[in-house]
Design a protein around this ligand. Structure first.
Ligand SMILES: NC(=O)c1ccc[n+]([C@@H]2O[C@H](COP(=O)([O-])OP(=O)(O)OC[C@H]3O[C@@H](n4cnc5c(N)ncnc54)[C@H](OP(=O)(O)O)[C@@H]3O)[C@@H](O)[C@H]2O)c1
Length: 308
């Protein structure tokens, strides 16, 4: 069958032949309708995600909208194996999928679920988010950040402050529900927030943390910092004194920090919300045959979705 195939972690996937998937004990072979090219998939295909086993060749793709053998359309998350979702067919576990109505647009679902799941699961499963808290989103102009604005509002946040580096993209965010937007240079103005949803890490996070903590009027007031992505760097140098001088709690949210079963439990409600059009979703469908060109297109704001 045709698939996106990685034979060398230093090269982008190419469109080529890959052996037909085998169902195995718990799996079922399904037809892939749409698979999102998320940052997580780039790190999988590059061999640098923390779950990478280093095994090649592999088909990348960590989730997909599929049609099962009974004709049911599903959204499925996949294990990290060499048989990912960017292929004509793949293997899923039915227990790690959710059935969807025939009326959904597979491309929209495939684009939205991974970025939306990050903040949805973090606020539902990783921290005690009762709503009425003030939330700052670092990296709010990306797909996950844009979703986080909408998710935090949906869960009752008292205020959502969206921070990013691109002024033109920031200007679009009030339409999604952001109460305020800030550049990274202005983060002292967000010093009173209760929760930070952080997709950046690296140098911007280290600077942001100091800016917030040093400008906080009451340093005894809890601040929960949720680490969700490291798009600006894998390491952040945090000054010890800043941590000691405020009631800061840093937690991560991802597979491992949250049990896989808890992610799966959140799939139906999130998929239903996406299917009902609750979120503004930016998606660009690209034929699977153009996977190499899609990989080269890193600056696009819309989430690329490969369609076999
Ligand atoms: N833990 C989880 O459950 C989970 C789930 C989904 C995603 N994630 C992670 O979340 C991160 C964001 O994903 P995404 O889907 O939003 O990606 P995306 O759509 O590509 O957006 C990337 C965002 O990061 C910003 N950015 C990139 N490099 C930067 C830098 N050097 N300094 C400051 N900002 C920078 C971009 O700003 P511009 O708009 O200005 O380019 C944009 O806002 C990724 O690391 C991804 O792996 C985690």
């Amino acid at each position: 069958m045709k698939a996106a195939v990685v034979t060398d972690f230093a090269q982008p996937p190419h469109y080529g032949e890959f052996p037909e998937p085998v169902a195995g004990r718990d799996g079922v072979v399904v037809e892939v309708l749409a698979a999102g090219l998320h940052p997580r998939v780039r790190s999988q295909a590059g061999g640098f995600h923390y779950t990478s086993t280093g095994e090649l060749p592999l088909v990348p793709g960590v989730d997909a909208v599929v049609r099962d053998p009974k004709g049911q359309i599903r959204y499925a998350v996949l294990d990290d194996t060499t048989m990912g979702s960017m292929a004509e067919r793949t293997v899923i576990e039915l227990g790690r999928s959710v059935a969807l109505p025939d009326t959904i647009d597979p491309v929209v679902i495939a684009a939205a679920m991974n970025p939306a799941m990050s903040s949805w699961v973090a606020l539902r499963r990783r921290i005690d988010f009762g709503g009425h808290q003030r939330v700052l989103i670092l990296g709010a102009t990306g797909n996950a950040g844009r979703m986080a604005i909408q998710v935090a509002k949906r869960f009752g946040a008292a205020e959502v402050i969206a921070a990013g580096r691109d002024a033109a993209k920031l200007a679009e965010l009030p339409a999604l529900g952001a109460d305020r937007t800030l550049t990274f240079a202005e983060l002292a103005q967000a010093a009173e927030v209760d929760v930070v949803i952080d997709y950046l890490w690296g140098e911007p996070t280290a600077k942001a943390m100091v800016d917030l903590l040093t400008h906080r009027s009451d340093r005894g007031k809890p601040l929960t910092w949720i680490e969700l992505g490291a798009i600006a760097g894998p390491v952040a140098a945090l000054p010890a004194a800043a941590l000691r001088s405020a009631r800061l709690q840093i937690v991560g949210s991802g597979i491992g920090a949250v049990p896989g079963a808890d992610f799966v439990k959140e799939l139906p409600a999130l998929a239903e919300a996406v299917a009902q059009g609750a979120f503004d979703v930016r998606a660009q469908a690209v034929p699977l045959a153009q996977v190499a060109e899609a990989w080269a297109s890193t600056g696009a704001s819309d989430r690329i979705v490969l369609v076999p």
